[in-house]
Design a binder for this molecule. Structure first.
Ligand SMILES: [Zn+2]
Length: 242
């Protein structure tokens, strides 16, 4: 069931809520919006049940992207929602506008800015190479200057993300040796979180929270790598004035 990963009190006087859905909430993929709508209801109920006083914005305030493993970011502006535009990051300073990212192994990341804004990022290996985190962080900083903190949701761990040595070497060249991992059966693997850490550090962004679940090991999550599923869980976040 959906749970809050982080509740951050920002210097602006806002609170940022960052939450994650699980299989039990239902499919958050955008190819079937009716199913997604039900899953949003389910995830919202679960959050409200476990967080006294929390009011989750209704589904018409939830934005989503058609994610393409690129590095484009889109701002959710006043009174609007983004419904399926192509991109891999969203940001907003609007209150009670829920940003969402759909994943099944890729790394879902939230950035909170102390000035009262948030960004959500969909980062797979291609997005990481394409600079999706850097671009989103820069766009957020440009529009809403302030210190940023990162919250990282469940994604496939090095334990399960076997990778050919040759492909792995190009990541090592770019991000350093920490990105080389090993699977449970000692095969070479790519450590996506290690790449995220390198990028955050370069940008001077503190990692405030990292969820330890591996989407492939943990049966609470869908994993594209392990089953080829088209179903997705979602990282979702919004800000509200205290
Ligand atoms: Zn694993």
């Amino acid at each position: 069931m959906a749970r809050v990963l982080a509740e951050r009190h920002l210097a602006s006087g806002h609170t940022a809520w960052v939450a994650m859905s699980e299989i039990t909430d239902g499919d958050m993929a955008i190819n079937d919006l009716k199913t997604r709508e039900k899953s949003i209801q389910e995830a919202s109920l679960s959050l409200v049940e476990h967080n006294a006083g929390l009011v989750v914005p209704t589904s018409q305030h939830w934005s989503f992207l058609t994610q393409v493993h690129g590095s484009k970011n889109i701002e959710v502006k006043e009174n609007g929602s983004v419904l399926g535009l192509e991109g891999d990051a969203l940001f907003t300073a609007q209150e009670r506008k829920v940003l969402t990212i759909q994943v099944a192994d890729c790394v879902p990341i939230a950035l909170t800015s102390n000035c009262g804004a948030i960004a959500l990022i969909h980062a797979g290996w291609r997005g990481l190479l394409n600079g999706v985190i850097e671009n989103a962080s820069k766009a957020l900083q440009k529009e809403f200057p302030g210190d940023q903190l990162a919250v990282v949701g469940p994604h496939i761990g090095a334990c399960c993300y076997e990778y050919g040595r040759k492909d792995l070497d190009s990541f090592i060249e770019m991000f350093g040796t920490s990105v080389a991992g090993a699977t449970n059966s000692s095969a070479d693997s790519l450590d996506l979180m290690a790449i995220v850490r390198v990028i955050l550090e370069k940008r001077g962004i503190e990692l405030a929270y990292k969820d330890g679940s591996c989407t492939s090991c943990d049966s609470n999550f869908w994993s594209y790598r392990s089953s080829g599923t088209q179903k997705r869980q979602s990282l979702f976040a919004w800000i509200e004035k205290n």
